[in-house]
Design a protein around this ligand. Structure first.
Ligand SMILES: Cc1cc2nc3c(=O)[nH]c(=O)nc-3n(C[C@H](O)[C@H](O)[C@H](O)COP(=O)(O)OP(=O)(O)OC[C@H]3O[C@@H](n4cnc5c(N)ncnc54)[C@H](O)[C@@H]3O)c2cc1C
Length: 394
């Protein structure tokens, strides 16, 4: 990767593969899956298997583990491309790609040797991360003094986990989970929580409700329920009481990938709107020839380009921190990209007129999809406050 963030040849080849995958596998089925009533059935294993066959599911694994060792910038580019086809598919993959990176960075050599080959060899193995609980949500971004309600108590050879998580992306579909639980009562999250690797078929671990989301429907979100679930000491990631250190290692990528996801939706909306403005004639000429609309389209394009520049800078610096990483880059790119996407979608809807409100035109799906990232990966206000604390509290 070079420092001017131009696509290099290798990235172009990867992105071409992803575009083909979106065109041939995702686009033909996305609208039909999105409209299904039962949220669980909006998810497609066929898409996951074909993403695996195209090398997308495992691309952040290093060559040592059988992937291509995609860096964070390339991964952000791939996620934007996927989201141009469908945001849910982008989320299913983004969670998996980011957690595969996290496992390589934070898991012990024994954990890597045990779990990475399993992940690589099972085309259906997705990854999920369980942090959010009904009572402990924005707290883990800004107010680390509160504890998790999900607890893990020491027992012979390991830990007994009790409690529940909710809103978890890939919750009901993953094979392997990174789970955060309180291991020291009386302490806050920052000092008293621990990260565990939990296998899907562990006794005492079950899936609760699959959430019925307004958008991003091709990704499933679910509750994780723990009832005296035994996890051995060997599955503690990092050290007991150091869950937040583990989390801090991949907040940067997480924010960047979330930003790239919502950017993909905004780009899809922009492209559709330009197309619409070329064919829709009012006032005796195509909409695109009316100055107000032309200027608005340029503004939409500008917002998308600025989001991308911010995302690419953060993604590159996440891998090259010595070149000038600062902690706000792990919080603000998603805020900017999701706020911009929301504006782009509002304007896209206005330029489509009444047609934009009709389901068969396709824009309303993008509106529902873009709304996901005002909250997902941290509510925007919470992330602004987190960044403010970095900037003004030192
Ligand atoms: C589509 C989707 C996917 C998700 N995927 C995952 C996942 O895979 N794993 C996971 O663990 N979580 C996941 N989440 C959870 C997500 O991270 C949380 O929704 C988010 O952190 C906010 O929590 P909350 O929804 O309970 O909002 P709350 O914490 O209840 O916040 C409500 C409002 O209060 C504000 N607020 C809260 N505290 C403060 C404060 N101290 N000062 C000022 N304002 C405050 C917030 O900014 C917000 O505006 C997902 C959520 C969604 C919607």
């Amino acid at each position: 990767m070079n420092a001017v963030f131009a696509e290099i040849e290798e990235q172009r080849a990867i992105l071409e593969t992803v575009r083909r995958f979106v065109r041939d596998v995702v686009s033909p089925v996305a609208d039909e899956l999105d409209r299904r009533d039962d949220p669980a059935t909006c998810f497609s294993w066929e898409i996951v298997e074909k993403a695996d066959a195209a090398g997308i599911r495992t691309m952040t694994l290093s060559q040592e583990w059988g992937g291509i060792g995609a860096d964070s910038l390339t991964t952000a580019m791939v996620i934007e491309e996927l989201a141009k086809g469908d945001i849910g598919v982008a989320v299913v993959m983004a969670q998996t790609l980011k957690l595969a990176q996290a496992l390589q960075k934070t898991a012990s050599p024994e954990q890597r040797a045990k779990y990475l080959p399993r992940f690589r060899d099972d085309p259906r193995c997705l990854l999920a991360i369980g942090i959010t609980e009904p009572e402990t949500a924005s707290n883990y971004f800004i107010h680390h003094a509160a504890p998790f309600h999900t607890s893990a108590e020491r027992t012979d050879g390991g830990w007994l986990i009790n409690g529940m998580k909710h809103f978890i992306s890939n919750g009901n579909r993953a094979g392997l989970y990174l789970l955060f639980a309180q291991t020291e009562a009386g302490k806050g999250l920052a000092e008293g929580s621990t990260c565990f690797l939990v296998e899907r078929d562990t006794p005492g671990f079950s899936i609760g409700r699959v959430h019925d989301k307004m958008g991003e429907r091709l990704a499933n979100n679910a509750e994780l329920v723990f009832d005296n679930c035994f996890v051995p000491d060997a599955n503690v990631v990092g050290a007991p009481g150091e869950g937040f250190q583990v989390l801090a290692r991949f907040f940067p990528q997480s924010n960047t990938y979330a930003a790239a996801t919502v950017l993909g939706v905004a780009v899809a909306a922009y492209e559709r709107t330009v197309e619409w403005a070329r064919i829709r004639v009012q006032g005796g000429k195509p909409l695109i020839e009316h100055d107000g609309i032309r200027a608005q389209l340029a503004e939409m394009r500008m917002l998308n380009d600025v989001s991308r520049a911010y995302i690419h800078r953060a993604a590159w610096l996440a891998d090259n921190p010595d070149a000038g990483w600062d902690r706000t880059l792990g919080a603000l790119p998603k805020v900017f990209a999701s706020q911009s996407a929301w504006k782009v979608l509002t304007w896209a809807s206005e330029i489509h007129g009444g047609y934009g409100y009709m389901r068969d035109v396709g824009l309303e799906k993008l509106l529902r999809d873009a709304a996901a990232f005002l909250h997902s990966d941290g509510v925007n206000r919470t992330l602004l406050l987190k960044a403010a604390n970095f900037i003004y509290s030192d």
